[in-house]
Write a protein that binds this ligand. Structure first.
Ligand code: HEM
Length: 527
């Protein structure tokens, strides 16, 4: 009896001890969560800062601001030891200029980047390296600076505003229905880019909001590529080789759709050019693909002569332009419209500026009013408002670079090969030391100098198009198109923000709004 009683007691004590240990573990876990939650970064053994990254993945851009505020402009962190990830995070303008411009050659290795984007962009300008990048870059700069391409951009950008965007907004205003403005702008930018690049009408922007296979494939591919950026490279490469995991399958399927449809565009273009039998001239209705396909004779570089006859080159170039142009420009416009709706004095000042341009033109006002690219020299305040939007909401919020050699950044941070350098343009915009105490406010005035012209000192701090030899080749195109849209839309319409919506960026390669931008469209009444 005694031994039975003592055995029972022993069992009870063991059970109680187990419960106690379990309870203590839970208490410890709760304490860790509460304690470390307040800390911006927690460094764990073995897994490094991986848990912090995962905990903040949903607000990754704001997390880079927290990091910058807590640790200053630059910080070195370690990922999990098995991922061999050493990250340098910086938003210090001196370092940014050094990495992107002064010593860009040491940070121009894009192997990881190219691998992650390979299915979508191939060897296009964004992902190319070494001699092929230099040669492509020269051709791209020449092409985007040429009169013929500037005409194509101005003409087609305006055409889609006139024949698709304004009619759709007019229809929505009559229906008094609520619409996701971000979706409208994405569709506008898709149609405009497809028209500029391939000379084809895709009619993705229309009152029935139709689906579009290439646009959907591009969205799927971007999502899958974002995932590739978040996991160690060896993981996704293994998944791809073994053909496992929904992410790699989704990317493969999207890649096939894009390849198939772009091949069709290229074949049709070649047939059209053979039928036409002439070279493009300045005033002809043409497109970027045709310009690229017909300028190989004038291109002396041997490397490009060999490449610029292959379908693979045209495919990679066109997809790169489409991907680089669509989401960046549309998301910048979305943040711009939200910013002016939450700062009505800015909208009023833009309207005033547009009125002045119209009054100087001395022509009969026709409704709806659509401005030409030639009118844009007078749009100083609108330009400033777009810059302010790009500052606070950079379409490419994080730039990723890999150093080839040991280096020391201007703030003294030591860099070595194998590190991943993350530049947070998003965090830089929110640093008082860079933009002043009002850095969080939307103030187009900071871009205008006392003489009423654009402020060049502020302009030199705009990193949203990157800096140096690898900066954005489509910057001018982006400004022309954004001003065509903004001027026509603001002059003819007004949006009412739907109340109660939570506007925040979603973790994606470009800075999109998580829940879109829900507005009601009102037509302006002119006296
Ligand atoms: C508001 C709109 C835009 C923004 C904010 C923007 C921003 C950027 C940024 C930050 C980069 C550097 C990316 C990196 O180094 O990782 C870049 C590169 C590039 N952008 Fe844009 N972009 C915009 C519009 C456009 C447009 C309309 C095009 C037209 C085709 C374009 C074409 C390119 C290309 C081809 C590159 C690669 C340049 C190179 O690596 O040499 N972008 N852009």
């Amino acid at each position: 009896m005694d031994s039975h009683y003592s055995k029972l007691m022993e069992k009870c004590t063991q059970s109680y001890s187990l419960v106690l240990v379990f309870f203590c573990l839970i208490l410890f876990a709760v304490w860790c969560i509460l304690h470390y939650k307040k800390q911006v970064i927690v460094r764990w053994p073995i897994v490094g800062i991986l848990p912090s990254i995962m905990l903040n993945a949903h607000r990754i851009y704001d997390w880079t601001v927290d990091i910058s505020k807590a640790f200053g402009g630059t910080i070195i962190e370690r990922g999990p030891f098995f991922g061999r990830l050493e990250i340098v995070h910086t938003c210090d303008p001196r370092n940014i200029k050094y990495i992107l411009a002064t010593n860009y050659e040491n940070f121009n290795d894009r192997q990881d980047y190219s691998d992650a984007f390979d299915t979508l962009l191939g060897d296009g300008l964004l992902t190319a390296t070494s001699k092929f990048w230099i040669a492509q870059r020269r051709v791209a700069r020449m092409t985007f600076n040429s009169k013929i391409v500037r005409n194509i951009i101005a003409h087609k950008g305006k055409e889609v505003v006139q024949h698709a965007l304004l009619p759709l907004l007019s229809h929505l205003s009559k229906e008094s229905s609520v619409v996701d403005l971000q979706d409208v702008l994405m569709r506008y930018m898709f149609d405009t880019s497809v028209d500029i690049i391939f000379g084809k009408k895709s009619n993705y922007l229309s009152t029935s909001f139709p689906p579009n296979e290439i646009a959907k494939a591009m969205d799927d591919a971007s999502e899958a590529i974002l995932f590739r950026h978040l996991v160690p490279i060896s993981w996704w490469k293994l998944c791809r080789r073994l053909k496992i995991g929904s992410n790699e399958k989704k990317l493969e399927a999207a890649g096939k759709i894009i390849d198939r449809d772009i091949a069709k565009y290229i074949n049709v273009k070649r047939d059209e050019m053979v039928a036409k039998g002439t070279k493009v001239d300045e005033y002809e209705e043409t497109d970027l693909l045709e310009v690229y396909m017909s300028n190989k004779d004038g291109e002396k570089d041997e490397l490009m002569l060999a490449k610029m006859i292959t379908d693979k080159f045209f495919r990679d170039t066109c997809v790169t332009f489409l991907v680089a142009a669509r989401d960046t420009t549309a998301s910048t416009l979305s943040w711009f419209f939200w910013s002016i709706l939450t700062n009505p004095y800015v909208e009023a000042k833009i309207l005033e500026e547009l009125e002045l341009i119209i009054s100087k033109k001395n022509t009969m006002k026709k409704h709806p009013v659509i401005f030409d690219a030639d009118d844009q020299t007078g749009m100083v305040y609108l330009h400033a408002a777009l810059c302010e939007s790009l500052r606070l909401w950079p379409a490419v919020p994080l730039l990723r670079k890999t150093p080839t050699n040991d280096d020391v950044l201007p703030d003294g941070t030591v860099i070595w090969p194998g590190m991943t350098v993350i530049i947070s343009c998003y965090a830089m915009a929110r640093m008082e030391g860079v933009w002043g105490k009002d850095c969080l406010e939307f103030k187009p005035e900071r871009w205008i100098s006392e003489d009423g012209k654009l402020n060049h000192e502020a302009m030199s701090k705009l990193v949203s198009f990157s800096l140096g030899p690898r900066n954005c080749v489509g910057k001018d195109m982006a400004f022309v198109v954004m001003k065509l849209v903004a001027s026509a839309v603001i002059y003819n319409f007004h949006f009412e923000l739907l109340e109660g919506q939570h506007i925040a960026p979603t973790p994606a390669i470009t800075l999109k709004m998580m829940n879109g931008l829900m507005v009601r469209v009102r037509e302006r009444v002119f006296s």
